[in-house]
Design a protein around this ligand. Structure first.
Ligand SMILES: [Fe+2]
Length: 479
């Protein structure tokens, strides 16, 4: 049996509309649509290797539920980065923690035109706009893909003049206001700023609603919204401007332009969606985070749930030479906390929700920005050390009680909640997780009943899907 490390290897095979073998209970008829997953699929170009889990060239997978069965496709995102790198058989653009071997002329060129050092390897997540479906990453160069067959359409161009160095690959859909929210870091002659913007439904225009000057722009992978507020969780992994502007010539990577500055602490910056004004900044103890689970308003407070880490060590743990080393499976998981930000008293406090450990937090999407009870994610089995994230977890956010789904040799990835249509019941739905199976060296889609957290069935692939990052389920395909 192979261990988790096969999930950090390239998978060069592409497939189209492969009929997956399903075993299990009859699936509900309302489960129709496409699960899309994004993540790295290629870590080597010729003799050159990427350094980090976040560097691999993007591969998109789709799993389509139709009345005739479950079908899967897996295709590389044919970005400019992918095309150039595979054609030249070498790393050609700077990734998160990998830099190409540039000669002095190339170094001068990318120093004069800094945006040219980064490609469009949109490997992290997806963004669904009314008329567009795009793959996205921290570097703000999205790539459009066809929803039907996941073929790459080409660069997605925003219809605006915003010039961001980095943006969050976790845009927040706000159904009631019919906008998508996001933020990024802008550098101009006055320094560094967070720019919070919205993309109105049916457009490709980012409209800034707030520009917040900061001396220490933080690498924030995600943020969270409530009905009236946007909250940036500003931890102290901060941009060194000099390192950033000289990285072309020094040959350092994007993550190397950020330093962990413990003493700066962590702050919640609360911005009013309606006015763009910063309402409060809540200082709290120092922590690092990738992802937020949910947030909502309760009387004069904001309740905000997220998994946190003491520092940025989790990023270092994803360097591939560490992953493939003897202790590479020992990975931190986040401590799930519930923060209460009291807007009236300008004070905050938190409690640890559970000791289960959790990453890739998700909920029933109908409960975004609302009071809710259940969160889901991946974690590792404390009885099986040095084995990477090997189980799924469901947590009752009120009581801290939890349930696991575990199968020895299986490595589940971020579950996606698909709610039963027109249901108000939070647990009424299924969870879909692409699982790497170390026994067969292939992957399967696991379908769990969200309420019982028990398996309904699984659909097998003869192929292996490397560990990815994020996904989305969209209903309107395959009806
Ligand atoms: Fe993420």
């Amino acid at each position: 049996m192979k261990d988790f490390r096969i999930g950090f290897q390239s998978q060069k095979v592409e497939w189209d509309n492969f009929s997956m073998e399903y075993t299990g209970k009859k699936l509900p008829d309302w489960l129709r649509g496409n699960l899309y997953r994004n993540g790295p699929g290629l870590y080597e170009l010729g003799v050159e290797k990427m350094n980090h889990f976040f560097d691999g060239l993007a591969k998109v997978h789709s799993i389509q539920f139709t009345k005739d069965g479950i079908f899967s496709s897996g295709k590389f995102l044919k970005s400019k980065d992918y095309d150039k790198s595979t054609k030249e058989n070498k790393i050609t653009y700077s990734e998160f923690a990998t830099v190409p071997d540039r000669n002095i002329f190339e170094k001068i060129f990318v120093s004069l035109l800094p945006n040219t050092q980064f490609g469009d390897n949109a490997s992290i997540n997806f963004m669904k706009l009314k008329d567009h479906f795009v793959a996205i990453a921290d570097v703000p160069v999205p790539v459009s893909i066809q929803m039907t067959n996941i073929d790459t359409e080409g660069e997605f161009k925003y219809d605006d003049k915003l010039n961001l160095v980095i943006n969050s690959p976790h845009p927040q859909e706000d159904r009631s206001n019919k906008v998508v929210w996001n933020f990024g870091i802008e550098i101009d002659l006055l320094g560094t700023h967070y720019v919070i913007f919205k993309i109105p439904d049916g457009t490709r225009t980012r409209i800034p609603i707030a520009k917040i000057h900061t001396e220490h722009a933080a690498y924030m992978h995600s943020f969270i919204t409530t009905e009236n507020y946007i909250i940036l969780t500003e931890h102290p992994l901060v941009l060194d401007l000099l390192k950033m502007v000289t990285m072309g010539i020094t040959g350092s990577s994007l993550i190397e332009a950020f330093d962990w500055k413990q003493t700066l602490g962590t702050k919640f910056i609360v911005v009013d969606k309606r006015t763009g004004k910063t309402v409060e900044k809540f200082s709290t103890d120092t922590f690092f985070t990738f992802h937020h689970m949910n947030a909502y308003e309760l009387e004069d407070s904001i309740i905000l749930d997220l998994p946190v880490y003491n520092d940025m060590e989790i990023i270092n743990q994803f360097y591939l030479n560490r992953i493939h080393s003897e202790n590479g499976g020992n990975i931190l998981t986040g401590e799930l906390r519930r923060y209460k930000l009291d807007l009236k008293a300008n004070s905050s406090n938190y409690k640890v929700v559970s000791d289960c450990g959790l990453e890739m937090p998700i909920i029933n999407p109908n409960f975004y920005m609302k009071k809710y009870q259940y969160g889901y994610g991946v974690t590792n089995n404390k009885n099986k050390t040095n084995d990477f994230n090997n189980q799924l977890v469901k947590v009752n956010m009120d009581t801290g009680e939890y349930k696991f789904w575990f199968e020895d040799g299986s490595y589940p990835t971020e579950p996606i909640f698909v709610a039963k249509p027109n249901s108000d019941l939070e647990e009424e739905g299924v969870l879909l997780s692409v699982v790497l199976d170390g026994r067969s060296e292939s992957s399967y889609l696991l379908i769990l009943d969200a309420e019982s957290f028990e398996e309904m069935g699984r659909a097998k692939l003869p192929y292996l899907i490397p560990f990815g990052f994020h996904g989305i389920f969209l209903k309107h395909i395959g009806d």
